[in-house]
Design a protein around this ligand. Structure first.
Ligand SMILES: Cc1cc2nc3c(=O)[nH]c(=O)nc-3n(C[C@H](O)[C@H](O)[C@H](O)COP(=O)(O)OP(=O)(O)OC[C@H]3O[C@@H](n4cnc5c(N)ncnc54)[C@H](O)[C@@H]3O)c2cc1C
Length: 337
């Protein structure tokens, strides 16, 4: 697929920044579990926090193809940083664009798109992953003299930026009897009393991104922070997943590309049997296979993103891109090692 001059310019700008400010430090951040606040400010200045958010809401006004390109570049520098940016864009900003009212957009979407706030998304629970309809976290509406509020109670699991984020979109049950139609979505500033970071998960990698368990203990938020109508929560949560799949696929692509490039460089330095190992045909075959897999993943991702940008359905294409790119990344990284 041929990129436009605008998309190439975005790719060049983000690649230059990432290779200069992020890639050289990524291994240390991972080891020290360091959250890269300063480099993230630089990415905010490049418009990476709200890539597909229109300028009237302080976003970059670009599209999902640009988001795919940007996330590949960031992930090629540091996987964890790409996860932070990926979640902020999609599902967080994409959900706010689609479902927030104007007051919520002014208070939350604009600072999120500018990079002055960081967003988190709380769907998963300790016993609820793929089957998102089975949530246990509750939100009860009260009007007891402290104002019209919801009180949240429950546990959320594997929440990206659960600790470092400023605001979280939280899915909770408002009407148990209504099943999947009894879930609602809320904006919860993470400084709200009762929003408790219980644990940071110790993952196998991506340590510059915190993945937290969050407890909601009588966490009270204004009723005005509900997104959409009561009962729309699952629809709201799932609406962010199509773009999210394109994002996660792009991250997998970027991480695999970095592993491939490191292997390619090393194959030209390492001498065995009198020549750089790159000269051995068995090594060339493996590198050529990896390069082909990377390009195939990129084309699937860019195709899904282009469909989304054209306003066409792309649920299947986004799922295929995520499946292929993530499986490819595991294989290419193993080859590179
Ligand atoms: C690094 C990281 C960051 C994350 N960030 C977030 C976040 O910000 N917000 C958030 O809400 N969640 C987040 N998650 C959670 C992630 O979305 C869940 O891990 C995911 O929804 C799967 O849930 P689970 O881990 O409970 O797996 P389960 O749902 O328990 O699935 C376990 C296994 O069973 C398989 N399986 C399940 N159902 C079926 C089925 N019907 N048919 C066939 N196979 C099936 C799954 O494919 C999987 O292999 C994050 C996870 C990770 C690892």
């Amino acid at each position: 697929m041929l990129l436009s001059a605008d998309h190439r310019a975005v790719q060049d700008a983000v690649r230059a920044y990432v290779q200069d400010q992020i890639a050289p430090h990524a291994a240390r951040w991972d080891k020290e579990h360091h959250f890269p606040a300063e480099p993230l400010k630089g990415l905010a200045e490049l418009g990476c926090y709200g890539v597909a958010v229109p300028p009237e809401y302080d976003g970059a006004g670009l599209d999902y193809l640009a988001l795919a390109i940007i996330l590949e570049e960031i992930a090629a520098g540091d996987g964890g940083t790409s996860t932070v940016i990926s979640v902020n864009n999609c599902p967080v900003c994409s959900i706010l664009m689609a479902f927030a009212n104007e007051a919520q957009k002014a208070q939350f979407l604009k600072p999120l798109a500018r990079g002055e706030m960081l967003g988190a998304f709380c769907l998963t629970e300790p016993h609820v992953g793929s089957e998102a309809g089975g949530l246990k976290t509750t939100a009860v509406r009260v009007n007891d003299g402290e104002g019209d509020e919801y009180v949240l109670n429950g546990v959320k699991q594997f929440i990206t930026s659960g600790k470092n984020g400023d605001v979280a979109i939280v899915m909770a049950v408002t009407d148990k009897a209504a099943g999947k139609r009894g879930i609602s979505a809320f904006l919860v500033p993470t400084q709200t009393p009762g929003y408790i970071v219980a644990r940071i998960e110790d993952k196998m990698g991506q340590h510059s991104s915190d993945t937290a368990q969050i407890l909601f203990e009588n966490c009270r938020i204004p009723a005005a922070y509900r997104l959409g109508e009561e009962g729309q929560g699952l629809k709201i949560a799932l609406s962010g997943l199509e773009g999210g799949r394109i994002g996660i696929a792009s991250q997998a692509l970027g991480m695999a590309r970095a592993a491939f490039e490191a292997a390619l460089r090393y194959s030209k330095e390492r001498i065995a049997f009198g020549v750089p190992i790159f000269e051995h045909q068995a090594v060339q075959f493996r590198l050529a296979d990896a390069a082909t897999q990377l390009e195939a993943a990129r084309q699937l991702i860019w195709h899904a993103a282009s469909l989304k940008d054209a306003g066409q359905p792309c649920l299947k294409e986004a799922a295929m891109a995520k499946l292929f790119a993530t499986e490819m990344a595991e294989k290419v990284c193993s080859t590179a090692i």
